[in-house]
Write a protein that binds this ligand. Structure first.
Ligand SMILES: NC(=O)c1ccc[n+]([C@@H]2O[C@H](COP(=O)([O-])OP(=O)(O)OC[C@H]3O[C@@H](n4cnc5c(N)ncnc54)[C@H](OP(=O)(O)O)[C@@H]3O)[C@@H](O)[C@H]2O)c1
Length: 280
């Protein structure tokens, strides 16, 4: 494992759950962490714990994402790792953000797409790794229809979530295809069933499951859930992991949503996402 040189690691969704656990583990290993969260108090608290800077942004507002990108760009001369980890299953009804996009799509896919795009020059200059916290939900519930990205026709919290997590995988494929020959690497992973606040903002059955005593017995700790993110963040792609791939349980996943293998869909999703978030 290459842990010799400290890295500058930006983690979104680092105010809680998997992201906060990853921030603690990577800081203990000597890396500099940019702690990005939504709640100002929780984000500042984790940043104090890990001795890092904190940045607050609500991904339901793309103006916040643009401000965040500027703040990160100003704060660091390079960014070695961008972990797009913020997200989750949301709501019960279909809700639009101030930007007019379905909320689950925006928080889980459009916001990290925009953040990565805005930081792209710095990420390329840093030969960075860009890591997406996806989910097995991509295979279980995801179905991407580029003519109905906002799920006007088939909204359920699970369909919207699974599709957004499928978009994380397709985004990873396309990041790799476009930029790996310029030194940028990308991976996506399912963290396992992890005992966090996951589902707390949803009417999904995940909410009672994750908060129940049985749930807490079968779910793994946030530290275990963060293990793959920690590995991608402090090791070299090529040697330790394969850029462009989606991982489950520490290995390249064999069973995936068939749409996750569609390279043309990945290209078209990129173009459509760029249109939706506007100029970089
Ligand atoms: N837990 C699981 O079993 C599981 C399984 C598969 C995939 N995942 C994925 O793992 C990632 C981390 O989730 P978690 O399990 O650690 O859940 P969590 O404890 O609820 O943490 C979610 C993180 O995302 C942030 N966040 C949520 N909505 C946001 C918004 N609108 N704008 C900006 N930040 C926002 C939260 O910020 P605040 O706390 O500051 O509000 C928090 O830091 C998610 O992408 C989730 O989909 C989790």
């Amino acid at each position: 494992m290459d842990t010799t040189s400290p890295r500058i690691i930006v983690i979104t969704g680092a105010s809680d759950g998997i992201g906060a656990a990853a921030a603690r583990l990577l800081s203990a290993a000597g890396h500099r962490i940019a702690v990005v969260g939504r709640s100002p108090e929780k984000t500042a608290h984790v940043a104090r714990e890990v001795g890092g800077k904190h940045f607050v942004a609500d991904f339901t507002d793309l103006a916040d994402v643009r401000r965040l990108a500027t703040e990160l760009d100003d704060a660091y001369p390079r960014i070695d790792v961008l972990a797009n980890n913020a997200g989750g299953i949301l709501g019960g009804d279909r809700t639009r953000t101030v930007d007019g996009h379905e909320r689950t799509l925006q928080v889980n896919h459009l916001a990290p797409f925009l953040l990565t795009s805005l930081l792209l020059d710095k990420l390329l200059a840093s030969h960075a790794s860009v890591i997406q916290t996806s989910s097995v939900g991509a295979r279980l519930f995801g179905h991407l229809d580029l003519d109905d990205l906002g799920h006007d026709r088939d909204f359920t919290p699970h369909r919207a979530y699974g599709t957004a997590k499928l978009e994380n995988i397709l985004f990873t494929t396309e990041l790799h295809r476009r930029f790996h020959d310029q030194g940028l690497s990308a991976a996506a992973f399912h963290p396992g069933g992890v005992a966090t606040n996951f589902g707390a903002e949803s009417t999904s059955f995940f909410r009672p499951l994750y908060q129940s005593r049985i749930g807490k017995m079968v779910l793994v700790t946030p530290e275990k859930g963060a293990a793959q993110l920690v590995r991608f963040a402090q090791t070299q792609p090529g040697a330790a992991w394969q850029s462009g791939a989606y991982y489950e349980s520490g290995r390249v996943a064999r069973r995936v949503n068939p749409q996750a293998r569609d390279a043309d869909l990945a290209r078209r999703l990129w173009d459509r996402s760029a249109e939706l978030v506007g100029p970089r």
